[in-house]
Design a protein around this ligand. Structure first.
Ligand SMILES: CC(C)(COP(=O)(O)OP(=O)(O)OC[C@H]1O[C@@H](n2cnc3c(N)ncnc32)[C@H](O)[C@@H]1OP(=O)(O)O)[C@@H](O)C(=O)NCCC(=O)NCCS
Length: 141
């Protein structure tokens, strides 16, 4: 679970608090952040948007392992991108994926996200991708 989100390092409680606080601040200022996913069994994961350091907005997802490959990430990311483009009016959304994270690549590929530029700046190499509002509307309608 932590492998591609936290470089496989343990996550300190203070770090979790910082992430939650940043998401709350983002909801207050920009109307987006990380949404919790719940099903009949309870907490199922998170999916949402956060600002990048270069002024873009990035989609993120994390699903509880016992729900992997049930279509939850795709369903959640679709709802988040609808919110991003149809409600918030964003012009594009980025994704950033470790090259070895085949599951996440597949999720973004199915959403119609395409490579932004060749970059490899993480320990296992990362790829930046984007989807524009026009592409989202043409592929999701
Ligand atoms: C990436 C992640 C969110 C995918 O969640 P998921 O709910 O299993 O994804 P879905 O069930 O919606 O599957 C979407 C597609 O990805 C494919 N997929 C899922 N896991 C895969 C894997 N390990 N390898 C290859 N493809 C995979 C599915 O088969 C499906 O494609 P298909 O419809 O063509 O068969 C989940 O594996 C996860 O939480 N990983 C840990 C956190 C993480 O890495 N987050 C991303 C950081 S960028």
């Amino acid at each position: 679970m932590r492998l591609h989100l936290w470089d496989d390092q343990p996550v300190a409680l203070d770090t979790v608090r910082e992430v939650v606080a940043a998401s709350r601040a983002s909801f207050a200022a920009q109307w987006y952040g990380m949404w919790l996913l719940e099903d009949e069994c309870g907490f199922a994961g998170t999916c949402g948007l956060r600002p990048t350091e270069h002024g873009d907005v990035q989609v993120l997802h994390s699903i509880e392992p016992d729900r992997w490959r049930t279509g939850l990430a795709i369903a959640a990311a679709r709802a988040v991108l609808d919110q991003a483009f149809d409600v918030l009016g964003l012009s594009r959304v980025l994704g950033c994926v470790d090259t070895a994270n085949h599951a996440s690549w597949r999720v973004l590929e199915k959403l119609g996200v395409t490579p932004l530029a060749d970059r490899a700046d993480g320990p296992t190499g990362m790829g930046w991708l984007q989807i524009t509002r026009e592409r989202w509307r043409s592929t999701s309608s």
